[in-house]
Design a protein around this ligand. Structure first.
Ligand code: AMP
Ligand code: GLY
Length: 416
């Protein structure tokens, strides 16, 4: 089997590794990929969506796996183009990927389908937004479009709300677009992933993402400084409630509204005092949750994704390790505001009891690794207990060195 994975980060490195470890030993390709990914997948000569699809046709690709979301909504849409040319694709078409690309679309879908979520009002101007807030703080403001993770602000008071609204409506930092004014929910957050295949689904191991930069969940929001995954992360009854009140009605809603879906769907959920509520959908796996979850997936992921892309849920092909997995992100100097490239990385070869996925690295002319992005590496270890996985992951992370390295020491330890 010949599989092409689309993306270039730590998530895609983990996906490519998991696919490579599938018993059928598929031949792997990655676009745009990274130096680390190219150690196990071959690069693709393409420079955009159309040429990528032409390349897949010319190179007899059996399955395209969408790692990151941007290609799903670009141009005609990756999955739409694949469908047009008869290439099985694991990832949804453009119309369904609006669940991630437009927060307003997602909110309307949630409300129509009776899925628990925060109340929200869509606004077109700063004045509209201030009227919708109506003096109630904290409030949550969301730009209605892709904004590279910067489009959401939880505002404690009027000055901070005004700051965000001025960025959006006056300075147009993210381009044109509306703002959702949303009720502020409280509670621990959990990331739930499901493989969705038309009317069927399979829930993967739930995970927690550590979004803040510093220990104790302090500091600015980041793309994610680490993750912990386990079936035991949340009580079984809570997972059942999430399945009943969120996952199942989502799948039914997609069917009912004629939105085709074959791929991973990520449910960002807050466990509020009145029950689980959804705060966002993403039409892909999470990063860094993917790096924590993939090592727990056993069986034949490649055959599972191919069957899924062809419309068949083959739950018998995979199963999930019952243990724990902890992923510690090593970030570069300046992250998350900026990032520094070119710092030489050492100690990677000393790591034996953990997996290392590359998020932002490149190989130098001498064959060494150096930093090339904000999040640099994901060090992941598993264990039968949480403590075991935590200890192995942090011990392994201690072995890696580069100038300006930033990491959290409480990943996996700090509970909800
Ligand atoms: P998003 O970009 O939608 O994932 O939101 C980023 C973060 O903002 C989430 O992970 C939450 O921590 C926070 N957030 C989003 N929506 C709400 C809400 N309604 N209430 C409280 N916090 C929220
Ligand atoms: N870990 C958050 C995300 O992938 O969006």
């Amino acid at each position: 089997m010949r599989i092409l994975v689309v993306g270039k980060g730590g998530r895609e490195h983990a996906l490519v590794r998991a696919l490579a470890e599938s018993p059928g030993q598929p031949e792997l390709f990655c676009f745009p990929g990274s130096d680390a990914i190219f150690a196990i997948a071959q690069p693709v000569a393409a420079d955009g969506l159309e040429s990528l699809v032409a390349w897949m046709l010319a190179n007899s690709i059996d399955l395209c796996v969408a790692g990151e979301e941007s290609y799903l909504v670009k141009g005609e849409g990756l999955a739409n183009l694949c469908a047009k040319h008869g290439i099985p694709c694991w990832g949804p078409p453009k119309e369904s990927a609006q669940l991630e690309a437009s927060k307003e679309f997602a909110k309307e879908f949630l409300v129509r389908n009776g899925i628990p979520t925060a109340r929200a009002t869509a606004t077109d101007t700063l004045q509209d937004a201030m009227n919708a807030i109506a003096g109630e703080y904290p409030t949550v403001l969301k730009f209605d479009g892709l904004a590279a993770g910067k489009g959401v602000a939880v505002c404690a008071d009027e000055p901070s709300a005004m700051d965000f609204l001025n960025e959006v409506f006056t300075r147009r930092r993210f381009g044109p677009g509306r703002v959702l004014v949303e009720q502020c929910l409280t509670g621990p957050e959990v990331s739930v992933f499901a493989a969705i295949i038309d009317a069927q689904y399979l829930i993967f191991t739930p995970a927690r993402d550590y979004k803040r930069a510093h220990d104790g969940d302090l500091g600015p929001n980041t793309g994610g400084m680490g993750a912990v995954a386990s079936r035991r992360l949340i009580p079984a009854e809570m997972l059942e409630k999430i399945e009943r009140e969120i996952v199942r009605p989502t799948v039914a809603g997609l069917r009912h509204e004629g939105l085709p879906y074959r791929g991973f769907l990520y449910f960002g959920i807050m466990l509020t005092p009145t029950g689980p509520q959804i705060i966002e959908y993403n039409c892909r796996f999470g990063d860094p949750e993917c790096q924590a979850v993939m090592p727990l997936v056993k069986g034949d992921l490649a055959a599972f994704c191919l069957a899924g892309a062809l419309g068949e849920l083959r739950a018998d092909l995979i199963n999930f390790n019952d243990g724990w997995s902890v992923c510690v992100i090593l970030a570069s100097a300046g992250y998350p505001e900026t990032s520094r490239n070119g710092d030489q990385i050492s100690g990677l070869e000393e790591i034996t009891a953990a997996r290392v996925y590359h998020s932002g690295t490149r190989r130098t002319a001498d064959g060494d690794w150096e930093t090339n992005g904000g999040r640099v590496l994901a060090v992941v270890a598993g264990g039968a207990t949480r403590e075991d996985a935590v200890s192995k992951a942090h011990t392994a992370a201690d072995q890696v060195k580069f100038d300006g390295l930033q990491r959290r020491r409480d990943i996996g330890i700090l509970n909800f």
